[in-house]
Write a protein that binds this ligand. Sequence first.
Ligand SMILES: Cc1ncc(COP(=O)(O)O)c(C=O)c1O
Length: 461
Amino acid sequence: MEQIKVLLNDDEIPRQWYNLAADLPSPPLPPLAPDGTPITPEMLAPVFPMNLIEQEVSPQRWIDIPEEILALLTIWRPSPLFRARRLERALGTPARIYYKHEGMSPPGSHKPNTAVAQAWYNKQFGVKRVVTETGAGQWGSALAFASALVGLECLVFMVRVSFDQKPYRRLMMEAWGCNCIPSPSKETQAGRTILQQDPESPGSLGIAISEAVETAVSDGSGQTRYSLGSVLNHVLLHQTVIGLEAKKQLEKIGEKQVDVVIGCVGGGSNFAGLAFPFLYDKICGANIEVVPVEPTSCPTLTRAPFVYDHGDTARMTPLLAMHSLGHSFVPAPIHAGGLRYHGVAPLVSHAAMEGLIAPRSYSQLRCFEAAVQWARTEGYIPAPETSHALAAVVDEAIKAREEGQERVILFNWSGHGLLDLASYDAFFRGKLTDYVLPEEDLKRAMAEFAGHPKAELHKEG
Ligand SMILES: Cc1ncc(COP(=O)(O)O)c(C=O)c1O
């Protein structure tokens, strides 16, 4: 019988997270205040609990995962590694395609890997309520789920366009006891300002982040903290269980070498979670192509410059060294809501600047074609975000066929699309269009960086 999946026992779950910051060829650039002075951990204390801030700035390569977090993760981890044999056959490719199925968590994506860790650290620190934003609703539902498990209150600002497109995500959050409101909202100064300018604003992750951060820091009781589902170092760190498990599973099935590692990129966390442990091998000399995939409508890694920019629209966050389309960028309302972010994680941006990863972008229609091909061969229906990785996987498999090469392709199946079926409906009825960001919009964004400190890698020698 052909082997389709590789499972690990509960006690084979990784005991430590991997921190790429320890191994980058040049040191990561610190977050800065607008005047260019480095942000100290104390300055972040009103926003995040200190135990997570310590992880954020840690230079350590390996960080122990507390037993209580391992117990929470084992609700759905280790996640299976699958071999996509049916897709391989349909494409007639000699490539062997493997994927980590992160859609089996209760909320249906990779996001709970960091949500349970963040909720646990907040609880340990004495926090009573966590506030966050969500795009597609995956992160909001993950934090709602994690908050229910550890006993925290949870408030979520959901980007308006997704709030309208995806009512079931809101209901999941409610089922886990969380309060979810559309953003921009009248609850915060940041939201009210945007609504005055544009009462019909579809919202953006940048705006929703402003609302969530404002809510956290303005709670006079000091018992509320902000939680972010991507971008930051500690979030990417928590996701590395994906890649670390994949390594064990590939070894179990007898694969000695991976040729291509692929993941879709919004803020960068699922991509980093799978790819960073393999980047470690690449930095040590392995020959691996590592491919982050983003939408052509929000081409952060492929077209935006590496700059110091704010993580949110109202400029409440520190300046982060990252590829950015500008903090006031409002992307086209494509269905991959989780990929509509103006920036991308500093560690992912840094890896791109070092030439360690090779970003690509795909259009919405191409991604849905790949998603449907996947559903009709492998069975599982992917989230619109995940379909971006799939488009690249299909291309890589065809390339292997054309070149007659037996490549090993590994990718992250970041979430299921069972609550995104409205986007499939739009695709099947011919209502989806492609959108390529016009050059003028990029130029406009450049003006936003004037006056920001310059982001330059400090290469030795
Ligand atoms: C299923 C899925 N994949 C990918 C992403 C993109 O986020 P990130 O780049 O942080 O993994 C999201 C974000 O909401 C998501 O829901």
